[in-house]
Design a protein. Structure first.
Length: 151
C-alpha cells in the first residue's frame, strides 16, 4: 500500500498508467466487454469486484486528462436511444471528469459501438471492471503534467 494512492490502483495498473505518454488512451470497460479480443497484445488489467464509476474515480485520481488540446473522454453510445442520451452511470463518470474541463470546450463525446471498438484497438491498455450495466465503457486520453506555464 502507498499513502495517498487509491487502493483500487494495483501495482500493475499504476505501472501502466505511468508508462503511458501524452495522447495515449486507456479504456475502462464493463464486465461484458470483449477485452481479450480487442486488446490483442495490450495490457488488460482486470478489476472484477469493482464497478465502473469506482474504477474511473481511481484512475482519474492520478491520470491527467488531455485537455484542452483534444476531446479526451469518449464513451460508448447507448444503442436505440435519442441523440444526447446519457445513462445515469455515464453521467456520473462525466461528473468525475468535469473538474478537469476547460469552460466552453467539449471534453467528452458519445461514440457509436463499432467506432468505439476501433478506438479501443489503438488504446494503450484496457481495464476491465466487474460492472454489469451494458454500455459502461469509457476511453480516456492522457494529457501532460507540467510546472511550466503554457506559451
Amino acid at each position: 500500500m502507498l499513502k495517498g494512492i487509491d487502493p483500487v490502483l494495483s501495482p500493475e495498473l499504476l505501472k501502466v498508467l505511468a508508462e503511458m505518454g501524452h495522447g495515449d488512451a486507456i479504456v475502462v470497460v464493463d464486465a461484458n466487454f470483449t477485452a481479450t479480443t480487442l486488446g490483442h497484445g495490450k495490457p488488460i488489467i482486470r478489476l472484477p469486484g469493482i464497478g465502473l464509476q469506482r474504477a474511473c474515480a481511481a484512475v482519474l485520481s492520478v491520470f491527467p486528462l488531455g485537455i484542452p488540446i483534444e476531446i479526451p473522454v469518449a464513451f460508448m453510445k447507448v444503442a436505440q436511444r435519442p441523440e444526447g442520451y446519457l445513462s445515469p452511470l455515464q453521467r456520473s463518470v462525466i461528473e468525475l471528469c468535469t473538474p478537469h474541463a476547460v469552460s466552453n470546450e467539449p471534453f467528452y463525446e458519445a461514440v457509436e459501438r463499432f467506432a468505439f471498438y476501433e478506438r479501443v484497438r489503438h488504446a494503450y491498455a484496457i481495464v476491465q471492471t466487474g460492472e454489469m450495466q451494458p454500455y459502461a465503457n469509457f476511453l480516456f486520453k492522457k494529457g501532460v503534467i507540467s510546472d511550466v506555464p503554457a506559451l
